[in-house]
Design a protein around this ligand. Structure first.
Ligand code: IMP
Length: 434
């Protein structure tokens, strides 16, 4: 039985929501394995739109189980707010359809506050690096996880040991806050915060590796829903302008407790051009009217923060890199229709670095800032591709563009999405049937 891992192959916002929703209809279980409520997408089901940030997509579909794995950082306030909002829309969320790893790390209000303080400080001084985070506390929570002082879901149930854990956490945070000139946080306020959410969170907790192992053995179809994109990966992305988790497909195993041999098909969601929110290098960025055209036509505004996304040509060198680092089996190419009407299209095939040709983005921050894209130019098409449901509906130049993308990145198109509507999808290979 094939399981499927869905990841973003660029800087996030590739249109994973629609594809994950489309695949979740075929899955029994949908698992998040990294990130937190910094992700965000809107699902439209039977005319009703649902906004999800932390909860896996499967949660809005009756009969599916949604799982938050240990690799996710869980803000209990965001979790409760999202559950309540969905319940108001008629979606029942119970331990029957949502399970949360007991060993997942919690994001607390102190993490969210610290994220904001650091971003503000970096904007007004030269001492920090402004990342342009979502200010949700994601980075600070992962820091505490790796620093072995995090409060985890299971700790909410352990009233005996919780005070000592909070003490350890605060020793670190209050030292940090003193250094930043911020008021210290009291032990009582954190204890209160934790006890106020415990009752709502604890019913969902489970031993996720065990649950997935049992389900996998009985033949359940498991869909792993990645958040952000491979170029925001803490190791493989454009460091330090990255998120704080591993976003590549391998994390589906580590972030859920299912062995990598059982992961199956890796579907890389890939936008037909490139976008990025937040700071950091972007070799094919367009600061001209074409960039503006892509932003407007593609409605490129962040789902979580509402920020305008930076736009540019398709960077095949970057996606080729993602094909390798994720082991992508096939891609879902999205937003091809946004390119309709352009006279010519450019695709970046590699870079020039200090006069030398290179075929991949180097890891060094300085070199990433210096690379210049090397382009090939293709003829555009005038016809609309919106809503195309078969290859026959596509203009010849659009097919040429898609074939060129496949050849340059070294992976085939499994799905082609031609509008935000679920059914406007050309299916070449069903990842669950491969
Ligand atoms: P953080 O994940 O909030 O720490 O933000 C770190 C970087 O990742 C920033 O550049 C954010 O804009 C970016 N980022 C985080 N989540 C997303 C996402 O869902 N889509 C696109 N970019 C994201």
């Amino acid at each position: 039985m094939t399981n499927v891992v869905v990841i973003g192959s660029q800087w996030g916002d590739e249109g994973k929501g629609k594809i994950v929703d489309w695949l979740s209809e075929r899955a029994d279980i949908v698992v998040r394995f990294q990130g937190g409520h910094n992700a965000g997408h809107t699902l439209v089901i039977d005319g009703t739109s649902y906004k999800l940030s932390l909860l896996p997509s499967g949660v809005v579909r009756p009969g599916k189980m949604a799982v938050i794995g240990n690799g996710v950082v869980v803000d209990p306030h965001a979790l409760i707010a999202e559950i309540d909002k969905l319940e108001k829309q008629g979606v029942k969320i119970t331990p029957e359809n949502l399970r949360i790893a007991d060993n997942a790390t919690l994001i607390l209000s102190l993490h969210r506050e610290l994220d904001g303080i650091r971003e503000d400080a970096a904007s007004t001084s030269n001492s920090g690096v402004k990342i342009g985070t979502t200010r949700r506390g994601i980075g600070p929570a992962y820091e505490d996880k790796v620093g072995r002082r995090a409060i985890r879901v299971m700790d909410l149930a352990d009233v005996e040991t919780l005070p000592a854990k909070v003490e350890r956490l605060l020793t670190h945070h209050n030292a940090l806050r003193r250094g930043l000139g911020e008021a210290e946080i009291s032990h009582d306020s954190i204890m209160q915060e934790l006890t106020s959410v415990a009752e709502r969170v604890l019913p969902f907790r489970d031993t996720i590796w065990l649950l997935l192992d049992k389900q996998r053995r009985r033949g359940a179809r498991i869909l792993f829903e990645g958040a952000q994109g491979s170029l925001l990966d803490i190791d493989h992305g454009t460091y330090p302008f990255v998120t704080s988790s591993n976003t590549v497909a391998g994390q589906a195993a580590a972030g859920s407790g299912m062995g990598p041999g059982a992961l199956g098909y890796v579907l890389g969601i890939t936008k037909a051009y490139t976008t990025r929110v937040g700071e950091g290098p972007f070799p094919t960025e367009l600061d001209d009217e074409i960039g503006q055209f892509l932003g407007e036509r593609g409605r490129e505004f962040g789902t979580v923060t509402g920020r305008k996304r930076r736009c540019g040509w398709f960077d095949a060198a970057l996606v080729r890199q993602s094909v390798a680092t994720n082991g992508i089996t096939g891609i879902a190419l999205t937003k091809l229709d946004v390119l309709d009407g352009l006279d010519e299209l450019k695709i970046c095939v590699g870079y020039k670095l200090d006069g030398q040709d290179i075929d991949h983005l180097p890891a060094s921050q300085g070199q990433q800032a210096r690379v210049e894209p090397v382009y090939i130019t293709l003829e555009g098409w005038k016809e609309s591709t919106v809503g195309a449901r078969s290859w026959a509906d596509l203009p010849a130049q659009a097919i040429k563009y898609v074939r060129q993308v496949e050849a340059l990145i070294g992976a085939p198109v499994a799905l082609l999405s031609t509008s935000p509507e679920r059914d406007d999808t050309i299916l070449v290979t069903d990842p669950f049937e491969d």
